[in-house]
Ligand binder design. Sequence first.
Ligand SMILES: [Zn+2]
Ligand SMILES: [Zn+2]
Length: 885
Amino acid sequence: MSETGYDHAAVERRWQAAWDDEDAYRTPDDVDDPTYVLGMYPYPSGKLHMGHVRNYTITDAYARYRRMTGDEVLHPMGWDAFGLPAENAAKERDTNPRDWTFDCIDTMRDQMESMGFGYDWDREIATCTPEYYKWNQWLFSRFHEEDLVERRDAEVNWCPECETVLADEQVEGDDELCWRCDTPVETRELEQWFLKITEYADELLEDIDDLEGWPNSVRQMQRNWIGRQYGTELEFTLDGYGSVEAFTTRVDTIFGATFFALAPDHPISEELAEEDDDVWQFIEHEADPDGDEPNGVETGLTATNPVTGEEIPVYVADFVLSDVGTGALMAVPGHDDRDHAFAEKMGVDIEPVIAPTPDDWDGETVPDAPDVSEAAFTDDGVLVNSGEYSGLDSETARERLTEDIESAEEATQYQLRDWGISRQRYWGTPIPVVHCDDCGAVTVPDEELPVELPEFINTTKNPLEAAEEWKQTTCPECGGEATRETDTMDTFVDSSWYFLRYISPDRENVPFDLEQANDWMPVDQYVGGIEHAVMHLLYSRFFTKVLADNEGLEHREPFTNLLAQGMVQLEGEKMSKSKGNVVSPQRIVEEYGADTARLFMMQAAQPERDFDWSEEGVRSTYAFLTRLREMVEEYTANEPDGDDDAVASYVASEIDATVAIATEEYDELTFNRALRETQDLVRTLRQYADSTEPHADTYERGLSAVVRLLAPVAPHLAEELHDALGNDGFVVDAEWPTADVDYDYVAKRRQLVENTREDVRQIIDVAGIDDPKAIDVVIAPDWKYDALEIAIESDAPNLIGELMGESHIREQGDAAASYGQDLQAEREALSMTLDPDDEHDALESAAWLIEREFDAPVSVVRADAVDDSVLKNAEPGRPAIEIDD
Ligand SMILES: [Zn+2]
Ligand SMILES: [Zn+2]
């Protein structure tokens, strides 16, 4: 405990125990459509880091807020418990992944409880339990029945020394060495299981438009990932090999095709490799599809352009992907950046065939060809050097050429590929398949699920390969001898539907209760890291759609609103163990308490933004909570007895304004703004209590509003203070404060008070007044308000003329002309202020703040009570200030 703070440890322990005793966060099964608030479940690494704390404070604060507004809320937590790190840790520590994982889960659950997160722990899930992964297997079978599962060859990393498949994370460095024995890793073709997500490519793409509660950045990343392109499929003739199909989105550039390129694993490339050492060498050792620059090897073959009849060289190139499009393409270096880079490197011709459309183009003339020697021109334009097609615009040319070329057809292509789920690892869901010599790959019948993992064997190979007894089984179809599939599932399968399991985590005969899922889904607010923008968030959408098509789920999207939280940084850098710049949440909780950690994070920045951890910020947050506690203690120890005067009415209106504005911000999850409002109100209340004897009801209403506005973010201290103020029950069950305010009025009133205080400060400063005796605040005359309104509404070029058209303004003579000129000069920036009576009342009720600041009596004076010389400086929204020293 800090010497100047409060005993946060005692407060937090007390309320955590009280919540626990009362099952405060349990969501009964019989509630109707609760607000479902969910943070992406963590991998149980054994330590909660700041990123977790931020993520889960956001969901916790929102869940608590919605609950206080009267919603039923579902806010569960679980564990993404399968994965390679547990397997590695078990090997290093000579234990097994299961024990290691459950130890980590216990530690992290304790840490979460110490943060005060209000989870319904009765719904906790861990994906590594047979009760959970049984349903991964069941879902695999359903996908299989719907023809959404396929087994085919795919490349894997292979260590020839260890004779094992390696995960990408087990291949180290640029030299791609085995993590265990430093042998260079090779690739191998192995039969792998795929989920056919490409069957849903169109729907996954088109429904992104409806995800209005998602950040645009994530929606765009998904669109790019799916990467639908409309184009043309057409054939080129390769000497000795006949017709080869190629895909292009730019058939309008076909006259500029100067080479033809095949993917390294295109059947023709593989055939060539058997005879040509250079091609073999390239395919086996040099091709690097993930590299920064395109590489390739000449084959000596030529391809015939179906339009020009021209023969162009054929390359095997690593930027052509066999599983995208046809694995073959016509390359146009003049109009494609990557083709340009390749042509420069390999010395292939670069020809311009599209010119930028001239501004004054008549739709027919053929413009001059552009210079494309340095860089490709990649936009649409007008065709040049293209025979009879020269002079057409790109779009027309594409239509015409697709019609004219005999082999050409319109075609659609996607970047999205089927999802390979096979992992050659132990700590995952066994794929429920057995291999029989007679029947082939047979799925395990539902009644035999789950296929449970055998005991862990510490071996360099896949432990499932080594589990000889486990592997031996009988074929469900013919009853003969068979062996089990030894691949396990990608852990992204687990996370593609876990949000459904929380709804009915104990159901033994179904993965989720359908009726309840139809009522409770979709997740109303999902929160997690932007790194999941594509895979997890796309796979979850895919699973949801498959379940909607085949299992009666009545929702086609899992997450209505998504928030991708920003990073917690230290001195502008991401916190990481390797950089040694990690701030431990545990230390912060011990030193300052969970409430301080949570409040600091939520007020530091909007949830989507990155922000810097600041120890000073943490200390001042702690000091704020400590002072608030003192205020409540002082109030309850000694109830004040002040009048319900103008000051009280100012404080009352600030309470209403704060409640209304903070509520709007909570709705938008902009906690930082809600908390700034709340802290401003605390300051106002403190000034109130310092400057006078407060009106008890008003002051208590203020304290009570503050406590409830802080409760979602600093729940322990809020419970303590709620209790101290004499309330029964938990603050988490208290009603959210409400207030009706005119937001526009509030904004103008606050601006007026702020401007006035600032003006007084400036005059005192400039005039060097040490000890002001009295301050007059003089409201502008009514005609100036009329003039301002006319100036705002008028679009006449001569504003002064228009103003002088009003007799009551013209009567003011020079003063009117002078004010008219001011208005004319600032015309663009003018905005309406309060009317003179409202300004008078607002300043009257705020006068105490000025009196307090400058220690002098303040009078708010109407225009008709002073001379014209004083009024000269008074404007709407900016009263004149007269100081008597
Ligand atoms: Zn190795
Ligand atoms: Zn069989």
